[in-house]
Design a protein around this ligand. Structure first.
Ligand code: PLP
Length: 222
């Protein structure tokens, strides 16, 4: 099946309220263009340098989502054009994004990455660290970012019930934050959960973004 067919197939499986981010990391710009020419516009990358290189040569109406661990010294390179950053994992990073967005006279949409997996290696806030950060209220002074929701990655496991429990936990946490910190904030509504192997489960938990790479573009060669 072609890249275009696979995108079409996934879009048919997911509700209107879920957006498909085609995760193009490690895949060439030609593959992105193939998807672009079929009408797809939302792409995700996880490394700043790779994203910048692709941004420069690809059509400018692509909506780029940053989904990987972001070093603060790289923010300035993507701030001029990035649509959303899904991987905010510290208040300091949020501040940096705000500063660079301001320099570019932009408002950048940010998702807080929450650690839900039963694995050491994944970045993100714990529930409590996230509550503590939001309780501090300093984020409310940041005029050039918008906190639009949460991102999470489930444990890499075949046990569907475990994946589902992790997605349910971030969904419930999203509801809690909405009530306690974003009750009158219409922007806080995104839930970025679900990848190639687990997006059907994520969709049942109310995912508004799924981030799908290998199921569209094939295996990544590192
Ligand atoms: C690479 C990546 C994806 C896509 O993974 P696939 O399993 O290839 O769909 C999704 N989210 C994040 C944060 C990633 O780094």
């Amino acid at each position: 099946m072609s890249i275009v067919d696979r995108i079409e197939e996934i879009k048919k499986e997911i509700p209107e309220s879920t957006n498909l981010i085609a995760v193009s990391k490690y895949h060439p710009t030609e593959d992105i263009l193939t998807a672009y020419e079929s009408g797809h516009r939302i792409f995700g990358e996880s490394k700043a340098q790779e994203l910048i290189t692709k941004y420069e040569v690809l059509p400018k109406d692509i909506e780029w989502h940053f989904i990987g661990h972001l070093q603060r010294n790289k923010v300035k390179y993507i701030a001029p054009f990035i649509h959303s950053i899904h991987s905010i994992d510290s208040y300091k990073l949020l501040e940096t994004v705000n500063r660079e967005a301001k320099k570019n006279n932009r408002i950048i949409r940010c998702l807080l990455q929450i650690h839900i997996a039963d694995e050491e290696t994944k970045y993100g806030f714990t529930f409590q660290d996230c509550r503590d950060m939001l309780s501090q209220n300093h984020w409310k002074d940041l005029q050039n970012i918008k906190i639009v929701g949460l991102m999470g990655m489930a444990t890499n496991t075949d046990i569907q019930a475990d994946i589902k429990a992790e997605f349910t936990s971030i969904k419930q946490f999203h509801d809690e934050l909405k009530q306690n910190y974003f009750a009158d904030n219409v922007d806080f509504k995104e839930l970025s959960i679900g990848m190639s192997d687990d997006y059907p489960i994520a969709v049942t938990e109310g995912s508004t973004y799924i981030r799908v790479g290998s199921k569209i573009f094939g295996e990544r060669i590192y």
